[in-house]
Design a protein around this ligand. Structure first.
Ligand code: HPA
Ligand code: ZN
Length: 334
């Protein structure tokens, strides 16, 4: 008991990186309601408590429906600034010194809100956090896999003037029935533009989707990837290539990938030599930011300080920071 409290305190104070975070999933009910009021948008909630009560999910799709609804209150540049700045403030509280933040352009462009509105809002908040607190962050542009290849290609074209602010492309939304293969040409195009690549795979989808993300999309990291464990050859491939998994414990239990945190396979993944990281995914929907995710693991698994040290180290190793900056952070870890 005392040991768990000490571990929680220790991990909370460590400098950490976060690599799997959807900015739209950090929209807290308070900000959602105030932006809805500001823009005269009718949401099907009358109170903050009602919003929170609605966050009772049984799978990925049941979450995504409310996540896209919530994002509908984001309309002007300042909304996106506020959203980003609120997340970066949480990072500061959690000692997250570097974050790689996904955004879903199509969630906004489909509503007539373009890159010229959300990008300046995001970048303004990120530059402020860097200047005021020395906190670094990078942006990952994620394509919605339930939409067409054509829509993703159009989105990549629309991002043309903003590419200096974008480090990588990603792939999210409804996984089952939308295999990575569907976006082979989009990711090849992104690679040719000099962008790095990540993709959600093996969250609800089978190991075959993780293989496709690795072999066809040529990704640098797999987001989630917890179902990789079902295929020993895949695990070996990910270990040999040191392709990181960005694991999100509270997300996985909220969306019933695992029924209970005590059943989470992160320690098995780690013991098999996988480069595992811990992340919050959509913190306002899943009940916690980065330290809450570490704390849930400490509470429910037999995780020790050596495991935690490795995971924190991995968060920098798996990042898109330069080798010099990575090393500087690794040297700071005790
Ligand atoms: N999985 C797929 N799509 C998403 C997620 C996720 O965890 N969060 C936001 N979009
Ligand atoms: Zn995610």
């Amino acid at each position: 008991m005392v040991m768990k409290i000490k571990l929680k305190d220790w991990v909370a104070k460590q400098p950490k990186a976060e690599l799997h975070l959807h900015i739209e999933g950090s929209l807290e009910p308070e900000l959602m309601m105030s932006l809805a009021a500001k823009h005269g948008i009718n949401l099907p909630y009358v109170s903050i408590d009602e919003v929170k009560a609605a966050y009772d999910f049984h799978n990925l799709q049941s979450f995504l429906d409310l996540y896209y609804l919530g994002a509908s209150v984001l309309l002007d540049e300042d909304d996106f600034y506020q959203l980003m700045f609120a997340y970066l403030q949480k990072c500061r509280e959690d000692n997250v010194v570097h974050s790689e933040i996904m955004f879903d352009p199509q969630t906004h462009t489909e509503r007539g809100v373009g890159f010229e509105i959300f990008m300046p809002g995001f970048v303004r908040a990120m530059q402020q956090a860097e200047q005021e607190w020395g906190q670094s962050s990078l942006l990952i542009m994620s394509f919605l896999r339930h939409l067409s290849e054509e829509s993703a290609l159009q989105t990549l074209a629309a991002a043309k003037n903003y590419l200096p602010h974008i480090v990588a492309v990603g792939l999210d939304s409804s996984e089952l029935g939308n295999p990575p293969q569907k976006f082979a040409r989009v990711f090849a195009h992104a690679k040719a533009l000099g962008l790095k690549r990540v993709a959600h795979a093996g969250e609800e989808g089978p190991p075959a989707y993780v293989w496709e993300a690795a072999n066809i999309l040529d990704v640098h990291r797999i987001d989630h990837g917890v179902r990789s464990i079902e295929d020993a050859n895949l695990v070996e491939h990910l270990v040999v290539k040191q392709i990181p998994l960005t694991v999100c414990p509270l997300s996985n239990t909220k969306l019933k990938v695992f029924e209970h945190m005590s059943q989470h396979n992160i320690l098995t993944l780690l013991d098999q030599g996988l480069l595992v990281t811990v992340n919050a995914d959509d913190p306002s929907y899943f009940g916690g930011y980065l330290n809450d995710n570490y704390h849930a693991l400490i509470e429910h698994l037999d995780i020790n300080q050596e495991h935690l040290k490795q995971i924190v180290k991995n968060s920098f190793i798996a990042s898109f920071l330069s080798d010099e900056v990575k090393q500087a952070w690794l040297d700071k870890l005790v």
